[in-house]
Structures are given as structure tokens and as C-alpha cells.
Design a protein around this ligand. Structure first.
Ligand code: ATP
Length: 218
């Protein structure tokens, strides 16, 4: 994990995955099918700059992701690149490392939900992101593409309509896609666990068992 070395486009789906749930796994699977990539790398963030103290330890979030994906998943893989650093996981730093690893010509695609995308202008050095990668944005109920404000012109200038475009250059495009959004969030899972309620059918059973065994979110 964490090493890249071929010319196939690389897609990253980052998140806190606190814990991973069926909503994440479903869109990651659909992304792997529509983007010009062979796999999606699901990448838990190590020490996200904006999170409070309900965050499970990085090794648990990675552990849950690994059991959720399983050993032989043809489309998804867990990637621990952000967990290898002790400093805050700014996306721009992770992308710079990956870009250096991949070389200048390989397409790199950062996949985000719309909720994350509409705040992208608060990210460290956000205006440099498209120098390093493309961005694929998945719709999410309750969030829409900004139609004014600081992101509007940036989106207008860089949007492309076809996923195949993302394979034609290494970086620089934004692609919006409508995927299956299950109405599940990690927050709702944490709240249910804390209240002693069932989380069955929100996350795979082996994640549910992992949470129980490690007494997370109680
Ligand atoms: P929390 O409730 O703790 O904020 P979350 O459920 O939003 O967490 P994250 O790990 O923050 O999960 O999300 C990682 C990425 O997955 C984000 O880009 C987010 O938009 C997307 N995502 C999260 N839940 C869903 C869902 N149900 N359907 C589609 N995308 C999702």
C-alpha cells in the first residue's frame, strides 16, 4: 500500500471513515466502475485538521476499512499513506507525495462528496490542487454545486463532462457525477452506538463486530 508505479490513472477516495459505512463503500464501488481506473484507493485521514475528539484512533479506522473491503475486493483497496505521517494530513501534502511517486504524466483523481467539495476553498493551498490532480465530485443529498461565490469561476473554468477526459491529462479537471447516495453517515452510526442502538445494515457486519470488540464510540 501507498506505493504506486504504473501508468494507469489512480483514484483516491479520502475520508475520516469514522467508521466506514455502506454509503462510502457503495459510491467507491460505483466510482471504480465509471472512472478510467482499475481500483479506488480508500484513504483514511490521519489527523484531520478539522475533527473533534469523537475520532477513533487511526489504526482502528484503517482496521475497520480493511475488514469492510476484505482481502479480495476487485475494485477497492485500503491505503494507509496519510497514516504514515504524524503531522496534520493536508490533502495538498498527500497529493504532492503521490504526484512525486507517480511522475508528471499519470492521471491522479481525488474523489470527494459534494459536502466536502463545497468547502474545498477552506483547504490549505486549495488553489494548487488542480495542478496535482483531477477532482471527481459525487452528489450528496442536501448539497449542490455552488452557483456563486469563490468557487464558482474555478468550477466553470475547469469542469469536464465525460469521465474519459480524466485519463487524457494528469490533472486539472473537475468532474461531477450522480451516484447512489445511501442516507447513512458516520455521525449517525456513532450516535446510535453511543445510545446502545443497532447499527446493523448501516455498515458491514464485520465492521459492526470490530466496533463491538474494540468498544468504539460507546
Ligand atoms: P461524518 O458523519 O463523521 O461527518 P461521513 O459519513 O460524512 O462522516 P466521511 O468519512 O467524512 O463520512 O466521508 C468521506 C467521503 O465520503 C466524503 O467525501 C463524503 O462526502 C462521502 N460520503 C459520506 N457518506 C456518504 C454517503 N452516505 N453517500 C455518499 N457519499 C458519502
Amino acid at each position: 500500500m501507498g506505493t504506486l508505479g504504473n501508468d494507469m490513472a489512480v483514484a483516491l477516495f479520502g475520508g475520516t471513515f469514522n467508521p466506514v459505512h455502506l454509503g462510502h463503500l457503495r459510491i467507491a464501488t460505483e466510482l471504480a466502475e465509471i472512472l478510467p481506473v482499475s481500483k479506488i484507493k480508500m484513504m483514511p485521514s490521519g489527523y484531520p485538521p478539522h475533527r473533534g475528539d469523537d475520532l477513533a484512533a487511526a489504526e482502528h479506522r484503517l482496521g475497520m476499512l480493511k475488514v469492510a473491503i476484505g482481502d479480495n475486493n476487485p475494485l477497492l483497496i485500503a491505503d494507509d499513506i496519510e497514516l504514515q505521517r504524524a503531522s496534520p494530513s493536508y490533502s495538498i501534502d498527500t497529493l504532492s507525495i503521490l504526484r512525486a511517486d507517480l511522475g508528471p504524466d499519470t492521471s491522479l483523481i481525488l474523489c470527494l462528496g459534494m459536502d466536502a467539495f463545497i468547502n474545498i476553498n477552506t483547504w490549505h493551498e486549495w488553489h494548487k490542487l488542480l495542478d496535482l490532480c483531477h477532482i471527481a465530485v459525487c452528489s450528496r443529498p442536501g448539497y449542490s454545486v455552488p452557483s456563486s461565490g469563490p468557487l464558482y469561476n474555478w468550477i466553470e473554468r475547469n469542469t469536464c463532462n465525460k469521465p474519459s477526459t480524466l485519463d487524457k491529462s494528469p490533472a486539472g479537471k473537475i468532474f461531477f457525477c450522480e451516484l447512489t447516495m445511501l442516507p447513512i453517515s458516520s455521525t449517525s452510526i456513532r450516535e446510535k452506538v453511543a445510545q446502545g442502538k443497532s447499527i446493523q445494515f448501516m455498515t458491514p457486519d464485520n465492521v459492526l463486530n470490530y466496533i463491538k470488540q474494540n468498544r468504539l464510540y460507546e
